[in-house]
Design a protein around this ligand. Sequence first.
Ligand SMILES: [Zn+2]
Length: 129
Amino acid sequence: MLDRAYMSLPKKTVTGERFEIPDVDSHIQGTKTIVKNFSQILKAANREEKHLLKFLTSELAAPITISEGKLLVSGKFSKEQLNKIFGYYFKQFVLCNQCHKPDTHFIEMQGVKMLKCSACGASYPVKRL
Ligand SMILES: [Zn+2]
């Protein structure tokens, strides 16, 4: 009985798991674009809100505010545009350029901002915002 129960447990794949950047859930309201799942994206990025906001402000060239976990951008932006910009952020500042895993964090070395990967040990300089 016990053996059978054990056998039928679903196998968990630990390796080869692909990290997915959350899809932007946004809509345009009046003259603003609202990203409803901003807090979820921020959580997936595991970065300081300040850093992501700085990046978005310069990429979108628009004032941004946060309200109740939602991102409010002045101006009208399509989901495609936003997905592209968030994707760019993850590529540059979250995903390791060696192993493509998101297990990374920023370190500072001799005044240079670097991305350090805990999965494969790679570290390389990143752009300062
Ligand atoms: Zn890595």
